[in-house]
Write a protein that binds this ligand. Sequence first.
Ligand code: A2P
Length: 332
Amino acid sequence: MAYNVAIMGATGAVGTEFLRILEQRNFPLASLKLLASHRSAGKKLTFAGEELVVEELGGNSFKGIDLVLASAGGEISKKFAPIAVAAGAVVVDNTSAFRMDPDVPLVVPEVNPQDIKTHKGIIANPNCSTIIMNVPVWPLHKAAPVRRIVVSTYQAASGAGAAAMAELEEGARAHLEGRPFEPTVLPHKAAFNVFSHNSAVGEDGYNEEERKMGLETRKIFHAPDIRIAATCVRVPVLRAHSEAINLEFAEPMSEQQVREILADAPGVTIVDDREKSYFPMPLDATGQDDVLVGRIRQDISQDGQIGIEMFVSGDQIRKGAALNAVQIAEML
Ligand code: A2P
């Protein structure tokens, strides 16, 4: 069986990665339709050696389409995902539009593949930082329940889209050449700088990204009681997110146990060479499917071996977005 697939937001950072992943994984395609804004209509993108013309997204884009991979922003998904479902398609949505909707499954295939079956036309792909944290934390949580997670992120420009990646490069060039540069996509200069994640800060002082990591993880794990506190920060990295993760378990969990569990965990590669000081790095994670996990150690601030510290890096555009969505589509 082969499927008629449409990519909503095909010209974006995640959209172009969808093309690469569908090709690399030999996704069974009957046809592929590339949708973006009127700005990109007529533009050509290459897929499997063939040039495909980008079309403007509209109400009539979904006739005969079986599967929509959506990554054109939350407002676009809110408007067009229901139209696609009404036309008979299943939508795997990469935006935050439907993630917390109780009728929409929120899925990381390594964690809760069984939830896919409950869909009513839309399946949500979690936030990129959530996915990258969930892949290594889930197998540990299954072995001994995690009671509390404290996570700090080091997030790449790619999470804010292709324009933010270009802005980081341009800002770095301007800085090195001594030219003035004012960012227009991100709220602050990204090159040679670090700043709090560019999402709205609520009354409690947490920004949207930090809130998403908590709410989404509880939904994906079916664990409403896990306590999660996140600090989300942008760093001048192009496309892989890193995270320092502190876990508190309900039962003792030794460093050795963590290593054994993660050595067999799907989607995880351990990179943890203390002698060579070689640990997960965003440049190494870039282009990889697995989340790199290292700096695995017992949290010395906790008695009774109930705390674990680790540092992870995962490709935000691949596992954090496009790959996770294509894996969901494959399971469908
Ligand atoms: P376009 O390139 O034509 O603006 P990113 O996440 O990298 O910023 O990419 C966003 C994606 O969403 C792009 O493919 C972009 O297309 C698409 N997009 C943005 N606004 C719209 C819109 N109003 N209608 C359709 N696609 C849109």
